[in-house]
Design a protein around this ligand. Structure first.
Ligand code: AMP
Ligand code: MN
Ligand code: MN
Ligand code: MN
Length: 277
């Protein structure tokens, strides 16, 4: 049987639309044989996902996507093959949850100034026990007809430079990589082209990431074209990083980002799963 890896996706534990079990089911239906659930700053979905994976026969890799700050910018570090009970990692996710809650209060305050009340209650309710994310705010703005799409919510309110944007200090990059590595996992730089860095900044970032113990970089992500794959693969080669692939699936509404719908990893790239136990 040919393996199909999807090492990046989200559930209701953060800003995904499906429960962890539903994500696993859907991945299985789409031919994924090895799945990493990588919710934003939380491992809380992994227990349910694992139970479903065992019942389904799909291989589940315990994952997380940590929000990290470096040089006043936010980067996402995916951890693969982590022990989700590793105490410093658990503590870190608790801190990040607080950071997210405080940021949510500030975002809601800014929206209120724009005469959009009720956001905090709405996102808290929508997130439930899970992490509150900007996606929840986007969904709230959409539900109240302030925007006509999630994308528009980011473009008009939530993205950097927009009226409801709140600059946030996340975990330090070096710490985030350390927690993952010490939890027995492999740290992977998520969606490297989404940060819109110059080549020089990219070089600085990858140097810092490698120095901290980072071992992988996403080369194939959902909705990426052949030129972009080549660019990301070049970074993997130049910085001797293993290549990962993951859809960053969030919900079934966007058919162009589907679980397992991924181009193959370029042949000359060392697959990150070779580093997983
Ligand atoms: P947060 O970590 O709470 O700041 O939220 C980040 C999440 O918002 C990302 O993981 C994406 O799922 C989503 N997101 C960020 N930027 C955009 C955008 N421009 N359009 C749609 N979704 C976005
Ligand atoms: Mn997200
Ligand atoms: Mn991300
Ligand atoms: Mn993601």
């Amino acid at each position: 049987m040919t393996e199909l890896y999807d090492l990046h996706c989200h559930s209701t534990a953060s800003d995904g639309a499906l429960s962890p079990a539903e994500v696993v089911q859907r991945a299985h239906q789409h031919g994924v044989t090895a799945l990493a659930l990588t919710d934003h700053d939380t491992a809380a979905g992994l227990t349910q996902a694992m139970a479903c994976a065992l019942a389904t026969g799909i291989r589940l890799i315990a994952g997380i996507e940590l929000s990290a700050s470096w040089q006043n910018k936010c980067f996402h570090i995916v951890g693969l093959g982590i022990d989700p009970t590793y105490t410093p990692l658990v503590k870190a996710t608790y801190n990040l949850q607080q950071i997210r809650l405080e940021r949510a209060e500030k975002i809601a305050g800014k929206l209120e100034k724009k005469r959009i009340p009720g956001a905090l209650e709405a996102v808290k309710k929508a997130a439930g026990d899970g992490m509150i994310t900007r996606t929840h705010f986007a969904d709230f703005l959409l539900s109240q007809n302030h925007v006509s799409s999630q994308q528009e919510a980011f473009d008009r309110y939530l993205a950097k430079g927009k009226p409801a944007y709140v600059a946030t200090v996340w975990a330090e990059l070096e710490l985030a990589v350390n927690w993952i590595t010490e939890a027995g996992g492999v740290a992977v730089l998520a969606h490297p082209l989404r940060y819109k860095l110059t080549a020089n900044w990219m070089k600085r970032l990858l140097t810092a990431f490698k120095d901290a113990g980072g071992q992988g970089i996403e080369v194939v992500t959902g909705r990426i074209n052949a030129d972009e794959i080549k660019l990301a693969a070049d970074y993997a080669t130049r910085f001797q990083l293993a290549g990962s692939m993951g859809s960053d699936f969030h919900n079934p509404v966007n058919p162009w980002i589907e679980l397992g719908r991924l181009a193959p990893l370029p042949k000359d790239i060392k697959p990150v799963w070779e580093l997983l136990g």
